[in-house]
Design a protein around this ligand. Structure first.
Ligand code: TYD
Length: 201
């Protein structure tokens, strides 16, 4: 049996990541045993996370909720990996590093380093991570958040900067995708990368 693999999709809100991940999953299912998951998860810990996003929750509290939900995702993934499945996760620990890294920037000297340390010893590192890159003002206009406030654009710019920093630190894991391209084009690019990666194994 083939060893399971973990492939994640990351990017700022409205980058088209969820749509792309779903389409890729549908195509991969023709040839591979796929387990699709996302963060926030569809379990009760994910509900709690969504509740915290919708209320004015302290950023540190929110971080621990996101991490609890991530631990839930890791537990789900572990089970499926042991069965040799290919796991696709729409968001994963890099979302905690990139987003909470911005929200906790005024509380810790090196928030990303600190958040990464909390994951040490139990997190499963992805084999491949697709990072969708888009202009925050374009991607915000694409989401339902039509208001596209200046602060929101500024926030997503910082999140994307964190993602790029993470990608620089691990160039062998990250594959950057220009999310301003047509969906079909992105889909082809991602499918080519995944199939050539899986065929090399
Ligand atoms: P999102 O992927 O948009 O979820 P859904 O598709 O279910 O709406 O995630 C919700 C928001 O939470 C989004 O703005 C990104 C943010 N987020 C974090 O800040 N940290 C995290 O660890 C995760 C997983 C998401």
């Amino acid at each position: 049996m083939m060893k399971g693999r973990l492939i994640t999709f990351e990017g700022i809100d409205g980058s088209g990541k969820s749509t792309l991940a779903k389409r890729v999953v549908r195509l991969l299912r023709k040839d591979y045993d796929i387990f699709f998951t996302k963060e926030p998860t569809t379990t009760w810990t994910g509900d709690v996370v969504r509740q915290s996003i919708d209320s004015d929750t302290d950023s540190l509290v929110e971080l621990f909720l996101f991490i609890a939900d991530h631990a839930e995702n890791v537990a789900l993934i572990k089970k499926e990996l042991s069965q040799g499945k290919i796991i696709i996760s729409d968001r994963y620990s890099d979302s905690q590093y990139a987003y909470q890294g911005v929200l906790l920037a005024d509380r810790f000297e090196d928030p990303i380093k600190w958040i990464k340390e909390i994951h040490d010893g139990w997190n499963i590192k992805p084999d491949l991570t697709f990072l969708l890159l888009a202009d925050p003002s374009v991607s915000l206009a694409r989401c339902d958040r039509q208001k596209a406030k200046f602060e929101e654009i500024e926030f997503l710019e910082k999140v994307q900067k964190n993602y790029l920093k993470l990608a620089d630190e691990e160039p062998e894991r990250f594959i950057k995708i220009d999310a301003e391209k047509e969906l079909a084009e992105m889909e082809k690019e991602v499918m080519d990368r995944i199939t050539s990666y899986l065929e090399r194994l």
